[in-house]
Design a protein around this ligand. Structure first.
Ligand SMILES: [Zn+2]
Length: 159
């Protein structure tokens, strides 16, 4: 099957992934497959559980972050992240998701966010630091372990 996306050079952000066909909301844009498991988090790692990080195989590790992304993630049966369209995506659009949809804490992007959208947060932050409004917006497009971690962190300490 022909893939609906390809690697291209962006103006300012280095590599980016762009669509070569149109997608509608809910479509799987990129099927996630685990490349290898990692011992710890680093900039291209994807969090797949509280203390588990992987490197995705294929081009999905090259997808750039956006604070107003056209895609979200869904954890599939293998534990990898499928990239799902949040809205209609036209041909030649850059595929983006919000890195906070998969990582509870972001430690590796100290520089300013370059997504360029109107409601840019300024810095790439993790799920932990999103507003409630943003979390609601991302409902269904963020990894479930993030919501579990929220619950855990909000719970008063039991003794
Ligand atoms: Zn941004």
């Amino acid at each position: 099957m022909k893939l609906g996306y390809e690697l291209r050079e962006t103006d300012e952000k280095g590599d980016g992934i762009f669509t070569t066909k149109k997608y509608t909301k809910g479509d799987i844009v990129i099927l996630g497959t685990i490349g290898r498991k990692l011992r710890e988090n680093y900039s291209h790692a994807s969090q797949i559980a509280e203390n588990e990080y992987i490197l995705h195989a294929g081009l999905s590790s090259k997808i750039n972050h956006s604070c107003d992304p056209n895609c979200g993630i869904k954890v599939n049966d293998t534990g990898a992240h499928d990239i799902i369209a949040r809205r209609t995506i036209e041909i030649d659009e850059e595929i983006t998701f919000d890195y906070s949809m998969r990582n509870y804490v972001i430690e590796f992007f100290p520089k300013e966010c370059m997504c360029g959208c109107d409601n840019c947060r300024g810095k790439i932050t993790g799920w932990k630091d999103l507003t409630e409004k943003k979390k609601n917006e991302y409902k269904g497009f963020a990894a479930p372990y993030l919501i579990e971690l929220d619950k855990k962190n909000l719970q008063p300490a039991m003794r």
